[in-house]
Each structure stands twice: as C-alpha cells, then as structure tokens.
Write a protein that binds this ligand. Structure first.
Ligand SMILES: Cc1cc2nc3c(=O)[nH]c(=O)nc-3n(C[C@H](O)[C@H](O)[C@H](O)COP(=O)(O)OP(=O)(O)OC[C@H]3O[C@@H](n4cnc5c(N)ncnc54)[C@H](O)[C@@H]3O)c2cc1C
Length: 303
C-alpha cells in the first residue's frame, strides 16, 4: 500500500500533523522510535489545557484521539533510510520494513548531547532544566546555578531575573564572555565562577550543591543549563535538505523543506523549543501536505 504521507517522529509535531491528516482522510503512518527529547522530565508546562501533564500521558491521549481516524496507523520502529523523490518516496526501517509514500514529514525532534558533568544526569528533568519558560515557575524565588558560558550567559542571566533574583553563574571552565559582558553581570551583582565543575550533589533528583574543582561549594535547589542539540536523525541530510548551522531543517512558513514533497515540523525545524510550538507547526505542515495532495489529484483528474 502506498501512503499519502509517512510521518517520521511521534512527538507533538508528528502527532498533530497525523491528527490533521487523519481528519482530512489521508492514509498516514507515524513511525516512531519513542525517544522524545522531554522524556527525562516529569511534567510538561505551558500547553493550554495540559499544563503539568507527564509527556508520556500527553502522547498517549494524543494517540487515543487520533485512533478515531481509521486512515492513520502507528508503528514502533526507527526509520533508517529514505529513497526516491516527490510522490515516489520509500522509507526503510530498522525492522526491515519499507513504507512507500507520496509525501514525507520529518517530525524527528532534536536530541541533547549530554554535558560531561558528574551528577548532571541524576538531576536532569527533576531539578535541572534547560528552559525557564518550561520550568522557571517551579523554581521561582529559589537559589539557582546557571551553567552557561559565552554570550549565552548574559542572555540567560537577564531572562532568569523574571523568576528569581538569587542565582550564580558557573562557566565550567575558561570564561568565554567578553569584558563588557562580565562587567554588565558584575554591575548586577551576579556571582561568576570559572572553575570547572567537579560534581553536582543531589538527593532523589533534587540538587543540593554544585562542587567546583577549586573546592568551592555552591548551595542551590535548581539548575538551568544549555545543552548542545543535534537533529534527531540524519535522514533530512541524507535527502539533501538544506540545514541551518544549528542543525535545524530549513523550512518555509508552511513547513516545506528545500526538497519537493518533503516537510519538517517541531524542534527539528525551529529553535522555539516548546510543545505547543511543535504541535502547531505539525498542524500547519499537515494542512499544507493535505493541500498539496488535493491539488495534485485535482490536476491529474483534469488531464
Ligand atoms: C528537560 C526538558 C523539559 C522540557 N519541558 C518542556 C515544557 O515543560 N514545556 C514545553 O512546551 N516544552 C518542553 N520541552 C521541549 C519539548 O520537549 C519539545 O519542544 C517537544 O518535545 C518537541 O516536539 P517534537 O515533536 O518536535 O519532538 P520530540 O517530542 O522530541 O519527538 C520526536 C520523536 O521522533 C522520534 N524520532 C527521531 N528520529 C526518528 C527516526 N529516524 N525514526 C523514528 N522515530 C524517530 C524520536 O524518538 C521522538 O519520539 C522540554 C524539553 C526538555 C529537554
């Protein structure tokens, strides 16, 4: 069977695209290996009607609702290669299956490259987070450590003042800020430590202090840090989709990539890392894919 669209990735972006396409009666399969970026976190915030929901529950409810639309199916698998071109794609998976399709949507998200800091994995998603909009409220008015360096340090410091005035910056190695950035932080009495981090001490996921190589102990109850992110799969590059320097797929406002018939949505195609953004971009891509399929059929019928 040839699918109208294969959606690779079953996070908020892929699932919302599936919902739109299912309601538009398109034959769709969602291939998902089930490793979403927010799987470390207990609660997801900021999505109206779903504030505080567990990410796994969010996905489960989404799938239950999409199952009402019989042309959509799901498979737990990993897409490993893709061949063909517009209207004639073929997706191959780790389980040795192939899915022919007319259109492809990369909703593959991004993945964190783990920071090599002792103790960070134990607190990540519990008391150490990456985005104040996602988890700043829960850490409001607490003593925080920001593990950040270079130009991002001043930016994050300015941002975090919306949630707490008690925070310290750890650059975790040689300070890469400009003199002007350091002076601006000093004017605002922000303590900055440049010694590398030896360990993050915690109890049941709750950070207690950050210990530096020079012996300094910085007590805190929360951490924000900026992980390096990479695209969730190299399939867009295999298909020669244009990419940004920060490994996002280049798309237009409708989610179209530089390759005809190929779309991308969610974290893979934006740097606004929010569930609601991913879902909305998935919905937009779903509508555009549906429109393109309808137009193609319309013109075929008139020939
Ligand atoms: C610690 C943490 C906390 C966060 N908290 C919040 C929050 O509170 N609120 C908020 O709005 N946002 C939060 N985010 C951001 C949010 O997780 C992302 O913006 C959102 O998950 C992006 O959705 P997506 O569908 O683009 O990607 P994802 O949710 O990452 O889903 C992508 C899916 O594609 C799959 N995939 C990738 N490649 C393949 C392949 N080749 N074959 C098959 N499947 C594949 C992955 O396994 C994954 O299941 C948080 C992120 C982190 C890291």
């Amino acid at each position: 069977m040839k699918y109208d669209c294969v959606i690779i990735g079953g996070g908020p972006a892929g699932l919302n695209a599936a919902l739109v396409l299912g309601r538009a009666r398109k034959k769709v399969i969602v291939i998902d290996e089930g490793r979403p970026r927010n799987q470390v976190t207990r609660e997801s915030h900021g999505f109206l009607t779903r504030d505080g929901i567990a990410p796994s529950e969010f996905r489960q409810i989404a799938k239950e609702q999409i199952r009402a639309y019989p042309t959509v199916s799901f498979v737990d698998d990993m897409a490993i290669s893709i061949s063909g071109s517009d209207s004639e794609f073929n997706i191959h998976t780790a389980q040795g299956l192939s899915y022919p399709c007319k259109k492809v949507l990369f909703a593959i998200g991004k993945k964190d490259v783990p920071l090599p800091i002792n103790g960070l994995a134990e607190v990540y998603g519990k008391s150490a987070f990456v985005c104040p909009y996602c988890d700043g409220w829960e850490l409001r008015d607490q003593e925080l450590v920001l593990i950040v360096n270079g130009a991002r340090a001043l930016h994050l410091a300015k941002m975090i003042t919306g949630w707490t005035s008690q925070f310290t910056i750890c650059t975790n190695g040689p300070n890469e800020m400009t003199q002007a950035e350091k002076e601006e932080l000093m004017q605002h009495n922000v303590p900055i430590f440049d010694s590398p981090i030896r360990n993050i001490a915690s109890m049941e996921g709750n950070v207690q202090h950050v210990e530096l190589e020079d012996g300094t102990l910085i007590p805190c109850t929360g951490i924000f840090f900026g992980p390096k992110l990479v695209i969730g799969s190299n399939l867009p590059q295999l298909l020669s989709c244009d990419m940004t320097e920060s490994e996002s797929v280049v798309v237009d406002s409708m989610g179209k990539t530089s390759v005809p018939g190929v779309y991308s949505a969610g974290d893979a195609a934006t740097e606004m890392y929010q569930v609601i953004m991913a879902a909305s971009l998935g919905a937009v891509a779903g509508m555009c894919i549906n429109g393109e399929l309808l137009m193609e059929d319309w013109h075929k019928a008139s020939n």
